[in-house]
Design a protein around this ligand. Structure first.
Ligand code: FE2
Length: 219
């Protein structure tokens, strides 16, 4: 991979989607699609979700000026962020209703399951990607998980991933909620700025989502 490889492939990203981009050596690129395939076997929602999150995450990373190597780690982490759900029981992962407190604890463990799984890949940046996966549910005010990190203690890539993951999750129908419109999702997200989301990251997100190909179309 050239030092600017991730950035120079930016046009390809918009045209072809994250899963189609090849910015790194084949052995690196081949190190994780099987994990995505395995997760999709558990939860069919995941593939489209991860692709859209990847597009938005890279648009955000580009907008805040991440380095090429950080963009590459974010690109892979955005696709693998929920891979730890492989380790969550079906009756919890696929439950159509609200989770009980005990079930919620099992679901929350997907971030640390995912960290362990990514560390076992042959990715050259496995440590960096695993860290993003571990912390993708931290909250800006420290109320997130698994470590309760707050503010700038949370890696910037994780603050980006948190915002774009939440947007896409809300605008996509799931067994436990109907898909919200873009406007409804943005109203919910705005209410969580400063608590769940980094105000700076969210200000960038407002600009990015306004023109993103991954923005949910208005009905
Ligand atoms: Fe997650």
């Amino acid at each position: 991979m050239t030092p600017g490889g991730a950035v120079s492939s930016w046009a390809a990203l918009k045209l072809e989607g994250c899963s189609m981009i090849s910015t790194i050596a084949p052995d690196q690129e081949n190190a994780y699609p099987s994990l995505i395939a395995a997760l999709c076997e558990r939860d069919t929602y995941t593939r489209g979700h991860c692709d859209r999150v990847c597009v938005l995450a890279l648009e955000m990373g580009h907008a805040v000026g991440l380095s090429a190597s950080d963009l590459e780690s974010l690109r892979i982490a955005s696709q693998l962020h929920d891979v730890g759900k492989i380790g969550v029981r079906d009756d919890v992962l696929l439950k159509p209703g609200k989770l009980t407190p005990d079930e919620w604890e099992l679901m929350k463990a997907h971030s640390t399951h995912g960290e362990r799984i990514v560390k076992e890949t042959f990715l050259s940046n496995a440590v960096e990607v695993a860290s993003i996966v571990r912390h993708h549910h931290e909250a800006f005010d420290g109320s997130g998980y698994p470590d309760g990190l707050a503010g700038n203690e949370i890696p910037q890539s994780c603050r980006i991933l948190s915002a774009v993951d939440s947007y896409d999750a809300m605008t996509t129908g799931r067994p436990y909620h109907n898909a919200r419109s873009h406007r409804e999702a943005m109203d919910i997200l705005k209410n969580e700025v400063g608590t769940k989301f980094d105000p700076y990251i969210f200000s960038v997100f407002l600009n990015v989502i306004a023109v993103s190909s991954a923005r949910t179309p208005e009905p």
